[in-house]
Design a protein around this ligand. Sequence first.
Ligand code: HMG
Ligand code: MG
Length: 312
Amino acid sequence: MATPLPASVEVVEVGPRDGLQNESTPVPAAVKIDLVDRLAAAGLRAIEAAAFVSPRWVPQMADGAEVMAGIRRTPGVVYSALVPNVRGMEAALAAGVQEVVVFSAASESFARRNINCSISESIERFEPVARMARDAGVRLRGSISCALGCPYEGAIVPAAVADVVRRMAELGCDSVDVADTIGVGTPGAVRAAFEAAARVLPMERLAGHFHDTYGQALANVLAALQLGVRSFHASVAGLGGCPYARGATGNLATEDLLYMLHGMGIATGADLQAVVDCGDYISRAVGRANGSRAARALLAARESAQAARASH
Ligand code: HMG
Ligand code: MG
């Protein structure tokens, strides 16, 4: 039976990190800073702002310290960053990150490609990171890539997801993201993965991170909502992709997520029209078509309204 829908959910904006990390042309730190500040001003309360990973692996994220130093810290906003190891953690703490994200995968092949180690080695690598987070009083989040499918291994069994969730819970993660990195999952797979994961960590500590490659992301959010998931990731203008999966699109667009949630009477704290402005800003700045259908429709509606006013 479906859990009653909530009055509000958390939206984690991952565009500045998961979205921009895929841009092949360098995006100036000033643009990243501006984007983060605009997103905070639009009412988003959790923003993944940077990654302290190897610049050899992800050159676009090399300016994490500069970005974190440049943003305005809006009270009530949690600014998070990805860290793959102790070195990244030291940099994240020095930069004043409030939440760090350790990341592994439900697929061995993907872990190897993304972080150059096995799942077990990644968990061992995160142990000192978790201790440092505890000592510093910084929130620790775990993220599990390829939880609904892998470009190398194909289908992923729910038990594999639950196993990594358990290991991340044992590390001390406050919450864990179940991520459909390549956007192949459908609501049935979402249900199976989250039900398995919730046997080791309560549903309210799990988050849905869906990419929209096959147009399933909103359906997957709805399926997870009905199971009791209360935190969802999205990227403004649908920025992003996956370097290891040709044709993979970005995350679910934040504007599309807000349009659906607000339409269902579920509060997010964000102002949809202001987020549309953020998406328009960054799409122009990186020279990309806006990947949000809701944003495109709302921008078109604004243009029609302006044209109608001008003709009177
Ligand atoms: P490695 O090559 O096995 O390890 O990388 P290494 O220790 O030999 O490091 C290589 C070089 O990077 C060395 O420099 C290190 O010093 C340096 P060199 O000596 O060659 O000049 N280095 C660092 N520099 C800065 N900060 C650091 C750092 N660590 C090492 N923290 C490693 C292993 C894990 C470091 C590497 O594989 C890595 O950084 N991977 C990150 C990959 C990544 O960021 N992927 C995208 C994010 S995950 C994602 O998007 C999925 C998610 O959104 C959920 C979903 O959708 O699935 C979260
Ligand atoms: Mg992602």
